[in-house]
Design a protein around this ligand. Sequence first.
Ligand code: OOG
Ligand code: MG
Length: 253
Amino acid sequence: MNINELAQLVDNAAFKATPVKQISEGQSLTLDEAYEVQKQMIDLRLKRGERLIGLKMGFTSQAKMTQMGVDDMIWGRLTDEMIVQNGGSVNMSKYIHARAEPEICFRVSKDIHGEIELDDLDQYVDGIAPALEIIDSRFENFKFSLEDVVADNCSSTGVVVGKWLAPTREIANLKMTLSFDNEVKAEGSSFDILGDPWKSLQAATRLAHQYGEKIKAGHIIMAGASTAAIFIEKDTTISVNVEKLGSCSFRVS
Ligand code: OOG
Ligand code: MG
């Protein structure tokens, strides 16, 4: 299949919540081609009226790389359709085999042109929030190669963002927990995200520039999960708490 056909394949799988075979089982794809599939897949969403709201980083923690058997950072695109209101609910039928993971999110205050130095990043951020990502691989059994998952927009499906706080540099050592109905399912530290989530934002500016994607004022950037992701369950309230930053949650119906 060519790039455009692959973009339609993953888009359709997401739209219908029906898994497909890994691309890498049938053909080989370079990483650059995989990012091109992702871009064209997002273009299909934008044509349906969705709006680009930011980017997400993936595999910025060892816990995630180990869980999924990959060894490099990736990035994907977020659209407004993926936002799940904090405290809101989502029907399980929207997903194939979704998992939840604890994250931290940045809000960008002005357009970013090129890679930004770590020390200069706070000039571009006006909010930090606890966040929860819902990921749902479009591939059977949630199995993929690095190229597969990049083509599949890094399994992006849902984003819950908590209350925005004034940015602080002191977020490198915060306890992060993922709970299902108050039972802790995964526990980590923001230190697990590249040693400091700000470094993940730095990497986002580098990768966005490298691939010609613009980070704009108002965009949100998800830093990547600090722990392995956990399969969501029906009739459950799923929440993330980040020490000092607070909590966010959604209900699976
Ligand atoms: C890919 C997405 C990785 C993260 O936070 O590391 C990711 C996946 O695990 O399916 O979102
Ligand atoms: Mg994530």
